[in-house]
Design a protein around this ligand. Sequence first.
Ligand code: SF4
Length: 306
Amino acid sequence: MRTTKDIQDEIMRLKKEKDFCILVHAYQAHSIVEIADFTGDSYGLSVQASKVPNKNVIMCGVRFMAETVKVLSPDKTVYLANPNAGCPMADQIDIPILKGLQEKYPGYETVAYINTSTELKTICDTIVTSSSADKIIGNIENDKILFVPDPNLGGWIAKRHPNKDFKFFQGGCPTHMRITKDEVDEAKSAHPDALFLVHPECRAEVVELADYVGSTTGIMDYAKKSDAKEFIIGTEASIVEHLQYECPDKMFYPLSVGLICHNMKMTTLVDVLNTMNGTGGEEITLSDDVIKGAKKSIDRMIALGG
Ligand code: SF4
């Protein structure tokens, strides 16, 4: 029987032989994190990939993440390890829907969360990540903001910028949105000494109860540096496992057993191996116009402090 270790060893051998860089989003299983060149949030991974000399890049995550890698590294061959892994939130809004909103709200700056398709990014003014959104919105001169697709992240940012007028698309991350205030109350009474760390994709009534609100990387950094010993993790369940490996002297509890992104969990070690062997995965191809259009909104994010 082939073991996890056998497949990991084969992947590590092929990485060198075939010049691959492997990017692994933090919501992936720990067995995949172990074969990564880089782990973290989607935009950070794209930047890392653009700096390495490798010609081939595999994204273990969802489609928009692999597309963002291609936009920042158009000369590299970029693969999505599992072609079926999409982001339901990114798929909620397309160009006709966004154009309709832009016509409804003329004069508003279109700000899109990075969790959107690359095509959609071509008609946005700027992109934000969950960690950069606050700073970027603060640096936008226009006081009218059309924020898509996540009204939870957008609403959290809007509270910090009461001088601006926000309009939202009523989408959201199905994984984070399903968390209820009652689940937070239950987790807090089960673990009264634990700090509650949450992702801003959760509903406002959940985020309000947090000791820390931040991106996936922000949550992991906060937990690692904190003097506290117990944490309730209000984001995807894999973060609990990764943190438990990194901080064995601390305790991490999932806010809810339902906090699992099934799209993120589609990717397996065998998908990675098959991609390297040319029998699986999908090469990401984008037209020059789409790359150029999306890059413009990403460049504006960088210029505004992202
Ligand atoms: S956790 Fe939410 S935003 Fe992230 S990939 Fe899954 S559905 Fe998309």
